[in-house]
Design a protein around this ligand. Structure first.
Ligand code: SAM
Length: 325
């Protein structure tokens, strides 16, 4: 069923649903944009797709037609009767009613388990996210998915334009932050289309963007090799996330001053910090927001080596951390 504006308005009226801004309930009504999102997913029957926020099911229909399995997670129980009656019981579709986030910054592990189980059941070998994301949770959702150990091939998400800019920002640009560094250290990110408010009902106040993130296993290996330990081979990305969170709080400071401001930084002799900066052949005046993700990975490696001499306490890979929003 192609869900046009009048179809969606009727459906919402029939079920007595008034869209909630707080839950990012802006429904996609432009069918060209919908087709574009679906084709950006490059779907086939090999794909197990996660959709977050199916709402009235406008994308869901198209996903189930093309993919091998679709898991849709929706927080708002008012949509359950609509979504529950979309497909025949034997369709390769599962509806999970609940919040995609278990806490402010952690994905619900039950959803990830259902995704893996559905993929196995339907013989899907690839994992993809295709979703018109609820804006308030799009950053933690995308970041936690690329950090997760599920081998995701491709993420296509409709997000606020500003979020897409922050994630795909180039070094030195105004939007460049720890978030961009982390995202680009694990994936190749690009904005594939800017989208005006008119493609949604109700219209949001700002532009949106279709963001593509392609997890890159070589990049992940570089990060893991630099920052993991033999006991915890997957801890590298999490350590880097902590490092970026702490460093980018001082993004405008010259590097040594920023490192001094990091936790434990004041206890580390300044000569050790200078030696590290010199060894990496970085100019003394460089700032965090002028460094490439590779330079920051090297810096992070050196920082953890020094820091461990002062505080060998290990970070738990389960730690619930917020890097940026
Ligand atoms: N997929 C539909 C479309 O494209 O028209 C609706 C997308 S709408 C932008 C976002 C959807 O995400 C809403 O249905 C909303 O209820 C749901 N949602 C909001 N927060 C959520 C959360 N934390 N977990 C799961 N779903 C959520």
């Amino acid at each position: 069923m192609r869900q046009t504006l009048s179809y969606i308005k009727n459906l919402l009226a029939t079920y007595g649903i008034d869209p909630k801004n707080k839950l990012g309930q802006n429904f996609l009504i432009d069918l060209n944009t919908l087709d574009f999102v679906i084709s950006a997913g490059e779907l086939s029957k090999e794909d197990a797709v996660l959709e977050i926020g199916p709402g009235t099911g406008t994308l869901t229909h198209n996903l189930v037609e093309r993919a091998g399995f679709v898991l849709s997670a929706e927080i708002d129980s008012r949509f359950e009767p609509i979504l529950g009656s979309l497909f025949l019981p034997d369709a390769p579709f599962e509806l999970h009613m609940g919040d995609i986030l278990a806490s402010k910054n952690k994905l619900d592990p039950v959803v990830l388990d259902k995704w893996r189980a559905g993929a196995a059941l339907y013989g899907c070998t690839r994992f993809k996210l295709v979703a018109n994301l609820p804006y308030s949770v799009s950053t933690p959702v995308l970041i936690n998915l690329i950090l997760s150990e599920i081998p995701i091939e491709r993420l296509v998400g409709m997000v606020q334009f500003e979020t897409a800019e922050k994630i795909s920002a180039d070094v030195g640009s105004e939007a460049y932050s720890g978030l961009a560094v982390l995202a680009q250290s694990l994936s190749d990110c690009r904005i594939i289309r800017r989208v005006p408010p008119t493609v949604f009902y109700p219209r949001p106040k700002v532009d949106s963007a279709i963001l593509e993130m392609i997890p890159n296993s070589q990049k992940r290996s570089v990060l893991c090799n630099a920052l993991s330990t033999s006991n915890e081979p997957n801890i590298g990305p999490y350590r880097f996330r902590v490092f970026l969170r702490d460093l980018f709080l001082h993004r405008r400071k010259a590097l040594r001053a920023a490192l001094v401001k990091m936790p434990l930084g004041a206890q580390i002799p300044k000569e050790m910090l200078d030696q590290l900066i010199n060894r990496l052949e970085l100019p003394m005046q460089i700032r965090a927001d002028q460094m490439t993700h590779m330079q920051l990975i090297e810096l992070s490696k050196g920082w953890w080596e020094i820091k461990n001499q002062f505080d060998p306490q290990e970070l738990s890979s389960q730690e619930d951390l917020i890097i940026d929003s």
